[in-house]
Design a protein around this ligand. Structure first.
Ligand code: COA
Length: 323
């Protein structure tokens, strides 16, 4: 059997935070943030609103649009680095709270590449013949682990969630996937809980995202440009066949640089960062769903999705949109 995406849903918290918010307590400006990142606003979860809540809201949105039952889902995958708690997993909480009785439940820890890893795993689980209906969620409450004293990172992050239903079908629409990691760059972007060092580098803080923005920027442009070409080629396509490029939404300048590097029109890329900031594993489904809803993405369009993030990790595939 092949893997086919049969439904999508998303959710973002209500509270909108614009760039001026940061001017009140940091040496920064709306102009700097907009021109250096492309972000104009992001959403913040409420104090009592956690990643599981965002995930459930995204799945409820998916279920309403799907119109059929999801209680027969047999595997739940949740990509996140901001679990409510490490144990029980987010996926186990969803299994219980969404009343999906016979599902396996597993969290994916691949940072901003988590959604790409999720697509890779979901496709493999279905093609193995062992599972038939998979719920894949990418959800984050990054603002709960944001260092608000670090002006180079706190302006980037936002909260959100996206979900896909992926089912066994004779004709699938998730193409060949590539996933990988460069653990040697782990110290450039981390969210540590109790360690004292990463790759021999003393950690700066626990329970806060720490990043070397310039190093991650350079790595992302180089590696994602290579990934763009590798994923397209692995699917027997050329870049002219790609209707929409949906990279992880971290920084508009990263997306522009990748497009310049590979010779792909930036107008044919989709992003969620301008309105939601960097939402890690939720960024690709948020960008996709907006374009599905407003009609830019049409049935039959070929979508190149590339995730990259802490780890350092990356994962991508081509989807032929079918809804
Ligand atoms: N407001 C004003 N000035 C700021 C600032 C802010 N919020 N953040 C940094 N600056 C300053 C720096 O201190 C530096 O000043 P200096 O020249 O006096 O030292 C200057 O702006 C340039 O800093 P630099 O780090 O070179 O900026 P940049 O153009 O690389 O942008 C990031 C910084 C973090 C936005 C950018 O590097 C980035 O997006 N990196 C990738 C991050 C990412 O994608 N992370 C997630 C991956 S999943």
């Amino acid at each position: 059997m092949e893997a086919k995406i049969t439904a999508i849903g998303t959710y973002a918290p209500e509270k909108v935070i614009d760039n001026h918010y940061f001017e009140s307590f940091l040496d920064t400006s709306d102009e700097w943030i907009r021109t250096r990142t492309g972000i104009t606003e992001r959403r913040y979860s409420a104090d009592n609103e956690y990643t599981s809540d965002l995930s459930i809201a995204a799945v409820k949105n998916l279920a309403a649009r799907y119109g059929k039952t999801i209680s027969d889902v047999d595997f739940i995958l949740v990509a996140t680095v901001t679990h409510d708690q490490i144990m029980p997993s987010m996926a186990s909480q969803l299994q219980y709270r969404l009343n999906i009785p016979n599902a396996a439940a597993l969290d994916i820890s691949a940072a901003c590449a988590g959604f790409g890893y999720g697509l890779t795993l979901a496709r493999s689980l279905i093609r193995s013949g062992m599972y038939r209906k998979i719920l894949l969620v990418g959800a984050e409450t990054l603002t709960k682990v944001t260092d608000f004293e670090d002006r180079t990172s706190c302006i980037l992050f936002g909260d959100g969630a996206g979900a896909l239903l992926i089912e066994a079908a004779d004709k699938g629409n998730i193409g060949e996937c590539i996933a990988g990691a460069e653990g040697s760059g782990g110290q450039e972007l981390y969210l540590s809980t109790q360690a004292t060092q990463v790759n021999g580098t003393p950690i700066k803080a626990n329970n806060k995202i720490v990043q070397n923005g310039r190093a991650v920027f350079r790595w992302a442009v180089t590696r994602m440009s290579e990934m763009f070409e590798a994923v397209v080629e692995k699917n027997g396509l050329t870049k002219e066949d790609i209707d929409w490029f949906i990279p992880h939404s971290a920084n508009m300048r990263i997306i522009e640089a990748i497009c310049r590097q590979v010779g792909f029109p930036v107008e044919k890329s989709l992003e969620s960062l301008s309105r939601f900031g960097n939402t890690s594993s939720a960024s690709i489904p948020l960008a996709l769903d907006e374009a599905v809803r407003d009609g830019r993405v049409k049935k039959g369009d070929k979508l190149l999705m590339l995730g990259f993030g802490g780890g350092l990790t990356y994962a991508g595939t081509v989807v032929e949109w079918g809804l």
